[in-house]
Write a protein that binds this ligand. Sequence first.
Ligand code: SF4
Length: 754
Amino acid sequence: MTESYRVSVRALCEFTAKTGDLDLRFTPSPTAREGMEGHLAVARRRGEQYQTEIALSGEYDALTVRGRADGYTPEINRLEEIKTFRGDLELLPENHRALHWAQAKIYGWLMCQREGLETIELALVYFDIVKQQETLVKESFSANDLEAFFKAQCHTFLAWAKQELAHRRARDSAAEGLQFPHPDFRFGQRPLAEAVYRGAATGQCLLAEAPTGIGKTLGTLFPLVKAMPTQQLDKILFLTAKTPGRALALGAIAQLELPELRTLELVARDKSCEHPDKACHGDSCPLAEGFYDRLPEARAEAVREPQLTQSRLRDLALHHGICPYYLSQEMARWSDVVVGDYNYYYDQSAMLYALTTQQQWRTAVLVDEAHNLVERARGMYSAALNQIQFRATKKQAPKALKNPLEKVNRAWNALNRAQPDEEEFVIQAELPEDFNHSLQLATAAITDYLTEHPFALDSDLMQFYFDALQFLRVVELFEPQSFLCDVEWLKPNRGRKGTLVSLRNLIPAEQLKPRFEAAHSTTLFSGTLRPARYYRDLLGLPADTVAMEMPSPFSAEQLRIHTAPDISTRYRDRSASIAPIARLINQQYREMPGNYLAFFSSYQYLQQVLEAVQTEYTALPVWAQNRRMSESARQEFLDTFQENGQGIGFAVLGGVFGEGVDLPGDRLIGAFIATLGLPQVNPVNEALKQRLDEQFGQGYNDTYLYPGLRKVVQAAGRVIRSERDRGVIHLIDDRFRWKQVKDLLPGWWPTSGW
Ligand code: SF4
């Protein structure tokens, strides 16, 4: 039987019928919900006979083309392709319109073929989601002409499809024969690899707590590459919280030495844009001009590259005179492994999630350092607007926008007046409807303005526009049980008062759930994923998620742990704790000179102990983290930790030196951790506690204890980095002896004596 290549109508047309410039002027496009509502609104206006979402398919040589046509009215034999939009339809670029016609014609032929029709009327229905008006462009076609069009498009795509099928065969057979790149697995690495493979085989989610030193990156990537042929995986997505994780993943893939595997590194637009002063369309940016005309050659060359790192992709894109960022977006479709930030899959408008659902990919997702996902996801589904900044921006606005912006300001002032006197921070019982409505009108006015004057707005007003759109998107998602709306008075600026209005996502479970469901399997791994229930509940993981703790390659003999039962670091006891902590640090250093990290819960606390050490123990070498450290200052801080060096580096718990820092051997021989790292008690955290309590019954632990202890374990994890390391950790607070706290510390730590 000949192999068939499945392609959606949309993907086929995007490949064959897109020509000319890249043009993102006709944006912002409606949100997914607005799009769906637009489709429903059109359907409601049609008669009872109107059919929607009609599944159609057709064959051509090795191709199977499938898709769902938007609507069909049998009485008048009209097939509709609905496009929702905002702004001025007149400004829709010609190549976008051509693409829409191509889709309509393909559906038209598939419909004629299915129903045995000789002719059909095709209509493009442009639905303005702001004005709720539709513009209909229609034309009649014969089935013969549509068939010829269908065949021509398929013919253009066929060579590419055959090349893709050949690539898939070669990739899968190379993966089948793939051997682990080292003579042995590291301790703990094999059970991790086996669990990941099982997850891919059963399609289950896996939460893997895997300690430092077992080679997590290779231990998760290797089994998934092996699973590609057996589980017919289309893609592996390796998602990271921070940039260094990307380099580790690319390094691990390079070790596999599998040239048949195409890997792509995705980088944010602001880091890969070649013309940050320009806009993304052909009249402004030379790399957008003729983008789609030059794309086919660049794409054909790019698929021959096994590893499209940021720099390789940039060279290739510039060689072909096209934008590297948008080439990388295109190559995500044709790569086997994509390495990029969490937001490419978990964000509201995440490209890799959208492609997974549209293209029905079988995707295996790896989430590196997954303890970060709760906080990162909260950020993705939150928004805030600052009134003092807004007022300054409003002054610069063009005349046409003064009125809608003034209405926003009035609604904002009314919202402020509704707050109780003297209260700096007020959680709102309901969403501020009038305020939101004024924002809707203002963003619609700015959209209209931008479509006519694409370069006319300054960067502050553009920033307000994007922030307001994000705010409105969060309004759409807002549910009182998992979001918070609050108004906070800002410090007056030159006597002007104003508030910050925030929509905070507290529990991102509902937003992430569809993303876990869309993936064939997801593995979340980190050194600290405890307790699994916390991550399951807050992230919305499926009920059958498997939680595993991998054995550590390190042993209790490598580590000495001291607790300080006489020191309390509770806020009320802080000042009494300063001198004893300074004494403890000095004592430990005298006993065993070397490099140490000392972690504190805040800069203020850090500073107080630092001053005490500098006053009392003048000979002790110290250096400290400060609030605004540049990349080079951070590096300088770390470089001070030299092999056989001596001194104490003061840092903030949960800050940049609290995780992801690797100081093996004598570069770091111990750590002091003052406090349990509990988040501050404030109205937001208290509201979070209440909601978590209502939903999962563990409000205090979920809000304070677990996030705090995660920071402690991460920070302490800097000390032992290999089987040869030896070290000491001082856990400074009497509560470290409590059972519920001890239970959250790694199993291999020597905690039995206290
Ligand atoms: S180079 Fe920059 S401005 Fe030009 S198309 Fe790419 S991202 Fe847009």
